[in-house]
Design a protein around this ligand. Structure first.
Ligand SMILES: [Fe+2]
Ligand SMILES: [Fe+2]
Length: 159
């Protein structure tokens, strides 16, 4: 699936406005996710990819809540620390950052149950007990894995 480099999807701008305008959320620009991609940019990519997957699902007559899906995608990695920092919780980051993201998201925004589940469940199957309980969680979880793969492969130099 193609990664869109420029231009914010209108639905991300619309559904995500409250989140994207929040000062604390803008702090994600200061932390790197993979290579030169910031956590902020990564979250935008995951939201964009989720919307693209959803376009395909619509053709199969599956209807998802796009607002919850976009907001959940934007907030899925709302942890505010450098996970590459050895002194921080790098080793356990994969297991614990959904909880950290949820804590920050609940502090700053009023979340629906589905948005909370998207954040909590996005690392499945690593977090084996947090099985996605709705379609939106599955889509964001898959979009996250795809975007992470692309970001990681891009930062490797061709040999
Ligand atoms: Fe994550
Ligand atoms: Fe992510």
């Amino acid at each position: 699936m193609k990664q869109k480099k420029t231009g914010l999807h209108p639905k991300i701008r619309d559904y995500g406005k409250e989140i994207l305008d929040h000062e604390s959320y803008k702090g994600l620009k200061d932390f790197k996710q993979h290579g030169s991609v910031s956590v902020h940019e990564h979250c935008l990519r995951v939201a964009d990819t989720s919307l693209r997957i959803n376009e395909k699902l619509k053709r199969l007559k599956m209807h998802l809540n796009e607002r919850d899906m976009v907001r959940g995608a934007l907030l899925h990695d709302y942890f505010l620390y450098d996970w590459h920092d050895k002194k921080a919780r790098r080793k356990l980051h994969g297991f614990y950052h959904p909880g950290e993201a949820l804590k920050n998201a609940e502090r700053d925004f009023n979340l629906t149950k589905k948005e909370k589940n998207i954040i909590k469940q996005h690392m499945f199957p690593l977090t084996i007990t947090k099985i996605p309980t709705n379609r939106e969680s599955w889509v964001v979880s898959i979009a996250d894995k795809w975007c992470s793969l692309v970001e990681t492969v891009r930062m490797r130099k061709p040999s």
